[in-house]
Write a protein that binds this ligand. Structure first.
Ligand SMILES: [Zn+2]
Length: 191
């Protein structure tokens, strides 16, 4: 985790003074964020809301296998475990994104201009151009939470705000969206 201080151009403020003044707030924020559940935690990976031990083995074929509480990363001389895991999680996230987008875009009569799954510090976002972007680690979350994020962004295709209209539309396809939103705060999204 890092702390970034952004100052206006030609500012005379000393960053050290800000750190001193905001120390309490910074500490509280740090404690809050560090308590969040990470998707990748050392040699453990959260997948569909459950932790699996990551096990790496070297072979002549690259693949990922999910078995009873274990995820085996079979690496080769061409692909390391980090790349293999990222490619696999990205693919798993695409499967969920594709399914939900297909089901609900039609229902709401909307269409994304483009969809991306990539490294981003947020879980997901929608651009005015109609492009939807999702975090590649989305597949780590419990399924109802990853689905909530996708539904939230799909609704933004017709309501580019968080107005009453937006909430009503979201509620019509995800009646318990409020409790999912709250539970999502327990998880740490990282790029
Ligand atoms: Zn939103």
């Amino acid at each position: 985790m890092s702390l970034l201080i952004t100052l206006p151009k030609r500012s005379r403020i000393d960053p050290q003074t800000i750190i001193k003044d905001k120390r309490k707030w910074i500490e509280a924020k740090y404690n809050q964020l560090s308590k969040r559940i990470p998707i990748i935690d050392g040699d453990q990976l959260l997948f569909n809301g459950e932790y699996y031990n990551l096990e790496e083995k070297h072979s002549d074929k690259a693949f990922v296998k999910v078995s009873n509480k274990k995820i085996i990363l079979s690496t080769t001389s061409n692909i390391d475990s980090k790349t293999l895991l990222r490619d696999w999680m990205t693919k798993e996230t695409w499967i969920i994104v594709d399914k939900i987008v297909l089901l609900f875009s039609h229902k709401l009569g909307v269409k994304a201009s483009n969809i991306r799954v990539k490294r981003t510090s947020r879980w997901g976002y929608c651009k005015r151009s109609g492009e939807l972007t999702f975090n590649w680690q989305l597949a780590g979350l419990p399924r109802d939470l990853s689905e909530y994020i996708i539904l939230h962004e799909i609704v933004h295709l017709s309501e580019f705000n968080h107005s009453k209209h937006f909430k009503r539309k979201l509620e019509s396809i995800c009646h318990d969206y409020r409790s999912r939103e709250i539970r999502l705060n327990d998880y740490n999204s990282s790029p």
